[in-house]
Design a protein around this ligand. Structure first.
Ligand code: C2E
Ligand code: CA
Ligand code: CA
Ligand code: CA
Length: 282
């Protein structure tokens, strides 16, 4: 029994060591990635269900590592947060969004809004609002085209300071969305204290529309209550026609998901726009 125990420890230890080595390599790579600009953005279209037009896109970061290939943001964003790299990466995202905005603007897509995800760690930084304002001003982009996506758990703690920051940003024109809505613990009346524009219904509820009555009623309730608070609603993770029909019936404002398009590199997004306009706008 004793030797078995030692063996198990040895195996466990070996595994930990490789995990640590792998972790260390990835951290070193991430440091270089920031300097070498190994990131790029992809964009997922958001469709207005009333007009059937693409009125927004969500920017999602991608990292192609030489050694490991594509590393998903769910993996490297938490790492970047731990390593204190989230501020430079997020600033890069907003700058890139501003550049891509200008490119699309020149092509005639002049009303498009750009959703930008923000880490709670960055939002809590003193200089967060200042930085966002500074970048858009330097790039000469009207802030009303930028939609800042924050989760409930990002804005709920320290509500007073959150509200202060959000008001500062709203004053400059930024749009504010609550991401993954419904997974947190906030009541809608509490939410009403925050200066918000849009709720994004979490994918998990959208996935089980028409599968579980309970989840369908949650979606229905979120839409009704959001509208009574004069907030717009985006459903994300829409993958099939059943979900779409339900969301249309419930007067959801915007949809986003694989049913329409995966997140696309800018050039593919432009192609998608032209095809979409040709097909739907007649
Ligand atoms: P999120 O903000 O909730 O983004 C939505 C995720 O769902 C994206 O995954 C998107 O590709 C995926 N998705 C979109 N439509 C569908 C669908 O119909 N079905 C399914 N199954 N998935 C769909 P992605 O790009 O891997 O991003 C994961 C998370 O990483 C994001 O969740 C966000 O929290 C974070 N993230 C991505 N880009 C950034 C960024 O630039 N900054 C920060 N701070 N976080 C980011
Ligand atoms: Ca998001
Ligand atoms: Ca989300
Ligand atoms: Ca209803």
């Amino acid at each position: 029994a004793k030797s078995q125990g030692r063996n198990r420890f040895a195996v466990y230890h070996e595994k930990m060591k490789t995990n640590n080595n792998e972790q260390l390599k990835l951290e070193a790579d991430l440091h270089k990635a920031v300097k070498r600009k190994e990131f790029h953005l992809v964009y997922q279209p958001q469709i207005n269900l009333r007009t059937n037009r693409i009125e927004g896109v969500e920017a999602l970061i991608r990292w192609n590592n030489r050694r490991k290939g594509a590393v998903p943001p769910g993996e490297f964003i938490p790492l970047a947060e731990d390593m204190g790299l989230i501020v430079p990466i997020s600033d890069w995202v907003l700058k890139q969004v501003c550049h891509d905005f200008k490119k699309l603007h020149r092509l005639g897509f002049q009303k498009l809004r750009f959703g930008v995800n923000v880490s709670p760690l960055y939002f809590r930084e003193e200089q967060f609002a200042e930085n966002m304002i500074q970048i858009t001003e330097k790039e000469k982009i009207p802030a009303r085209f930028i939609d800042i996506e924050l989760t409930e758990s990002t804005i709920m703690p320290n509500a007073t300071s959150s509200i202060h920051k959000l008001l500062q940003m709203k004053k400059h024109g930024f749009k504010i969305s609550v991401d993954d809505f419904g997974t947190g613990y906030s009541s809608l009346s509490y939410l009403n204290r925050f200066p918000l524009d849009t709720l994004k219904i979490d994918q998990s509820f959208v996935k089980s529309i028409c599968k579980f009555d309970e989840d369908s009623s949650i979606v229905e309730a979120i839409i009704t209550m959001a509208h009574s608070l004069h907030l717009k609603v985006i459903a994300e993770g829409v993958e099939n026609e059943k979900q779409l029909d339900f969301l249309k019936k419930e007067k959801c404002d915007f949809v986003q998901g694989y049913y329409f398009s995966k997140p696309l590199p800018l050039d593919d997004l432009i192609d998608f726009f032209y095809k979409w306009e040709a097909e739907w706008i007649k």
